[in-house]
Design a protein around this ligand. Sequence first.
Ligand code: SAH
Length: 399
Amino acid sequence: MSDCKHFGMCGGCAYRHIPYEKQLENKENEVKELIGEYIDENCVWEGILPSPQIEGYRNKMEFSFGDSKKDGPLELGMHKKGSFYDIVTVDECKIVDEDYRVIIKETVAYFRGKETSYYHKKSHEGYLRHLLVRKGKRTGEILVDLVTSSQKPCDTICCEQGLLEDYVNLLLSLKLDGKIVGILNTINDSMSDAIKNEKTDVLYGRDHFFEELLGLKFKVSAFSFFQTNSLSAEVIYNKAREYVNKDLKNNSVIYDLYSGTGTISQLIAPVAKKVIGVEIVEEAVIAARENASLNGLTNCEFIADDVLKALDNINEKPDYIILDPPRDGVNPKALRKIMDYGVNNIVYISCKPQSLARDLQMLSWYYKPVKVCVIDQFPFTKNVETVCLLSNRKSRQSH
Ligand code: SAH
């Protein structure tokens, strides 16, 4: 039995009906099965660490506008399980906090009242597309982005400006735990269902919010990558830091590959001579530089490039490498270059154990896992993170 009224209909959570302890056991076993063949009896298996928060843990949600049956009332929420078109209003969703639920309820009621059209994915006609809500878990700062097409909201004499002004006033009048610091309107006319930022207007406040992790402050814009479970991200970063600290000298050069907004680089910078982050999304790199200076760190450098290419152009060789690739894992050609540096230790943070297993197959020519810790970032979903400390088989050589 699930405790969520949306479970079964909503395509969001897969394991709502399984007790949390059992979910943890299943996730740990899954990782063990996938990477077990690369682990010998000397490797320390640290088990699975739970998410510090099981309910209301997300700091970001992208809700879609649509209907749940043909010509039904406007809905705002998640796709129905297995459906590309149908939407279920998740106004009692448990993986977000009460502020999100209030914002969904009021938003859907407001636009139903105004009879505002939603964007139909077949005809490509209509106005409302998505609602992106982000909230700093530690700061309570909320950013709301209404994603619409550039078409007119309705056939009646309703004017778009008035519609949006009233919506802003409605949001600002809500009784929330957190505080709305920015309300945005992003225009997206692309045919794909993913949000594409073609133009963003600030309707109120600022275009970013702040979050704090392990005592550092991060500025996050509407579309920047940022781990979606802040408290569990701290667990991952702490574990990565613990593994790095193991035999680090303070004159070390560390590569943080796939650095996003530079969170790991900045958490590691105080114990390094220099950290070099590499990230392909330019907006994230700009945010990383800004965040590092906000945090008073002067020994971080961020490069906007594909890891595969960037490695050929960095002059300083690494003493230590941290990898936090996207779900597909590391490009094999890049992995080859990474291994060729011959560093003693690599920390690999993986968000998909199948990709980790594939990369370990190649890494195990030169490296073996010496510590593994599984971390649950996403209770009730299938996803799980793994932090793995790898040691060079010919360890302790200098280069
Ligand atoms: N370490 C960061 C982000 C990890 S997510 C954090 O903890 O917040 C993986 C990141 O890899 C994303 O920001 C993505 O944009 C980036 N990325 C994906 N492919 C890449 C590539 N080929 N080269 C460099 N970065 C890449």
